[in-house]
Design a protein around this ligand. Structure first.
Ligand code: SF4
Length: 443
């Protein structure tokens, strides 16, 4: 069957700016940002966290610059950082100027916090002279009260107007090295605000759902907002704002971009079946063990863990590598082709070893090195399992009979006369084939 062509909308054209060595906007790849949670004055702890964030996928890292000690810390952090550093200025113009003196690669200004036009223009002029870009970081929660009143709340129009007013101050000092964010914790509001910003400005947009909260809810909210916009071609750089270790933010950002095909795969993409009555192993445990082992080795492949050999290799045939369980054995497959059969207790070990060989030798070489008897052994296991478990591994026929029996006893079977049929007959199509119906429900 031909592979469906799925792609996100063409990226909306924007100007391009540079945050240190990272291009943002234009035809630059969408970048991932995160923010440190250490005290910026604690240089060693902050550097350590920046390295962890860069390792997890962050292209740009933001640090808070809220006091003199933080600015002094930035002076030491910037030259040692593996990625460009952006300073977040909260309320004080002095901190913006101190961060520029520290040599940061970018500033974030919140128009709701730094409000005096002379101060905004002073910072923009200093940034212009040093070639440092500024993000206009509008936030629904800290919108300027005058705008809140004028628009009757933190509406998409109010957020975009806040950015427009800040841009007007920047224009006065001929500063245009800008990206814009219009974040909100309400996902629907955030999406509408960015759509409007995208129609209004040609500056690069930094996407984020602010204060998304702890995972998994925070991940869901951030992904809902960011992915929706990216799929529409909106957005040039992203940040997950999670109440969690920021490494999770960087990892999530990178994974989202890889999942949408907006960045080349750098890390592991582990896929696994949800398990069902056919599962021959504890899929959750094997998948977790495999994920830990493969991530530790930074394997840049899509790898599948499937609960049974009846459906697993076929369902995950697009994966680079996978393993499916059956009759106390693990069936290793590459691009859907069974290449080796190993004892069940060695599944994770064998998966990791094969992944490392694929990385060093390539997929074609590993397919050529397949064990000639593996496909036949898998076919035998498949047949045995199918025969022993039948087409109804989830016992749905038995359950249907139980339901009808109880309803009859309760007098609640409202089926019209003549609409009968056997349970087995009614279940046709729900699970009459080892490779079709039943699996569609499980996976
Ligand atoms: Fe997993 Fe599908 Fe096999 Fe069920 S039928 S164990 S969901 S691969």
């Amino acid at each position: 069957m031909a592979k469906a062509a799925v792609s996100v909308a063409k990226r909306r054209p924007t100007r391009q700016i540079h945050v240190g060595g990272v291009a943002v906007g234009g035809d630059a790849p969408v970048s991932v940002q995160s923010m440190t949670t250490t005290k910026t004055a604690d240089v060693e702890a902050t550097i350590q966290q920046i390295y962890a964030l860069a390792g997890a996928g962050a292209d740009i890292v933001r640090c808070t610059c809220n006091e003199r000690e933080a600015a002094e810390g930035l002076a030491q952090i910037v030259p040692r950082s593996p990625v460009p550093i952006v300073a977040d200025i909260h309320f004080h113009v002095e901190m913006a100027l101190a961060a520029l003196d520290a040599g940061v690669n970018g500033l974030r200004l919140n128009p709701g916090n730094l409000r005096k036009p002379e101060e905004i223009k002073l910072v923009a002029a200093e940034a212009r002279d040093r070639g440092v870009p500024i993000r206009i970081g509008v936030n629904a929660g800290s919108l300027h009260p005058a705008l809140y009143e004028r628009f009757g709340g933190a509406t998409p129009e109010a957020l975009v107007e806040s950015a427009r007013m800040e841009l007007a101050y920047f224009d006065e000092v001929d500063f245009h090295d800008v990206k814009i964010s219009v974040k909100a914790s309400n996902v629907a509001l955030m999406i509408e605000a960015y759509r409007l910003a995208s129609e209004t400005f040609d500056y690069p947009l930094h996407l984020g759902v602010t204060e998304a909260g702890p995972p998994p809810g925070g991940l869901v909210k951030a992904t809902a907002g960011i992915a929706t916009l990216l799929a529409e071609g909106i957005g040039d750089t992203i940040r997950y704002s999670l109440t969690a270790d920021p490494v999770e933010e960087a990892r999530a950002g990178r994974q989202l971009l890889e999942a949408l095909g907006l960045r080349e795969r750098k890390g592991l993409d582990l896929i696994a079946c949800p398990s069902c009555g056919r599962a021959e192993i504890d899929v959750i445990k094997v998948a977790n063990d495999a994920q830990v082992a493969l991530e530790a080795r930074k394997i840049p492949l899509q790898i599948a863990v499937m609960g049974c050999v009846v459906n697993g290799p076929g369902e995950a045939r697009e994966a680079d590598l996978g393993i499916a369980a059956g009759r106390k054995r693990g069936h290793l497959f590459i691009k859907g082709k069974i290449v080796r059969v190993v004892p069940e207790g060695e599944m994770v070990e064998a998966l990791v070893a094969e992944a490392e060989k694929i990385v060093s030798e390539g997929i074609e070489a590993r397919l050529a090195a397949a064990d000639a008897s593996a496909e036949r052994a898998a076919e035998e296991d498949r047949r045995e399992l199918f025969e022993s478990k039948g087409s109804d591994a989830n016992h749905s026929d038995e359950r249907v009979i139980e339901i009808r029996k109880h309803l009859r006893e309760l007098g609640g079977d409202a089926r019209p006369a003549g609409a009968g049929g056997t349970a087995a007959g009614d279940s046709q199509g729900a699970g009459d084939d080892a490779s079709s119906g039943e699996h569609g429900a499980g996976s």
